[in-house]
Design a protein around this ligand. Structure first.
Ligand code: CP
Ligand code: NVA
Length: 288
């Protein structure tokens, strides 16, 4: 494992190793794996959880994080992505990147001699999926055969979750209006039918970062796909409600659902920290 760009690149053995280390780090958060090491974090989009959990994670592993905003590095505009990759590789031990086009993540990884971690692109959000499946394992124990039903957009979050849920032995369904499907995915269009079969009901914003111009159109298209009390009444009693956050309360999810006893959204958010530290230790620690 040289980088974390997409879930599909991970073997089952690597996923198992990440989850084992995540559990260890949750119990024992501090160590010196990244002592004397530096991680560059390029963020071209807003972030709360990802930015803070990576920075705190690097600190807890004894390293140092340098935040590079879009205004600072101007990837591909001030100079080529390849030259940024070559330059940063002379200073730092790893690069975390949140950007728009996934091709930029791939280009950066191609020309970097240090590990690159995808911290969300328009295509995928692998760190989120790792924390999410780990959280489902924590709550449910044996996850084989569980139904993960994502009610919402075929987007970066659902794409990564689809791949990891299936690699982990679960079934994944995307319940969405026509036109918002994902590739390689079981599609449902009726939210009530979807809710009935779900062991996990997941949602995310209808309009992702970078799609703001489509917001009115998307609100209309997704209006029957809200996670609300009525929809939850069709689900199993022990259904888990998940959301990667940030939530647009009152749009894709209502307060009474996200704040209910079924909701595990802040456990997911916490597990971002532990899972990402595991990934950094594997990628940036001493090679075994
Ligand atoms: N879930 C997630 O990635 O949150 P941020 O956009 O706040 O980092
Ligand atoms: N799909 C959302 C996820 C945010 C963490 C977005 O890309 O904006």
């Amino acid at each position: 494992m040289d980088d974390l760009l997409s879930i599909k690149d991970l073997s089952n053995e690597q996923i198992g190793k990440i989850f084992d280390l995540t559990a260890d780090l949750k119990k024992t958060p501090l160590n010196k794996t990244l002592q004397g090491k530096t991680v560059a974090m390029i963020f071209e989009k807003p972030s709360t959880r990802t930015r803070v959990s990576f920075e705190v994670g690097v600190y807890q592993l004894g390293g140092h994080a340098v935040l590079l905003s879009d205004a600072t590095v101007q990837l591909g505009r001030r100079e080529s992505i390849a030259d940024v990759a070559r330059t940063l590789s002379r200073y730092v031990n790893g690069i975390v990147i949140r950007t728009f086009e996934h091709e930029k993540v791939l280009e950066l990884a191609k020309y970097s001699s240090v590990p690159v971690i995808n911290a969300l692109s328009d295509h995928s959000h692998p760190c989120q999926a790792l924390a999410d499946v780990y959280t489902i394992m924590e709550k449910k124990g044996d996850i084989k055969g569980l139904n993960v039903v994502f009610v919402g957009d075929g987007n970066n979050v659902s794409r990564s979750l689809n791949v990891l849920a299936k690699k982990s032995g679960m079934n994944f369904y995307l319940c969405c209006p026509k036109g918002y499907e994902l590739e390689d995915c079981e599609i449902l269009h009726d939210p009530k039918e979807a809710a009935k079969m779900a062991d996990v009901l997941y949602t995310d914003v209808w309009t992702s970062m970078g799609q703001e111009k489509e917001s009115a159109k998307r609100k209309k298209a997704f209006k029957n796909y809200q996670l609300n009390k009525e929809l939850l009444s069709h689900a199993k009693k022990d259904v888990l409600v998940m959301h990667c956050l940030p939530a647009h309360r009152g749009e894709e999810i209502t307060d009474d659902v996200i704040d209910s006893g079924s909701s595990i959204v802040f456990d997911q958010a916490e597990n971002r920290l532990h899972a990402q530290k595991a990934v950094m230790m594997i990628l940036m620690g001493e090679k075994q």
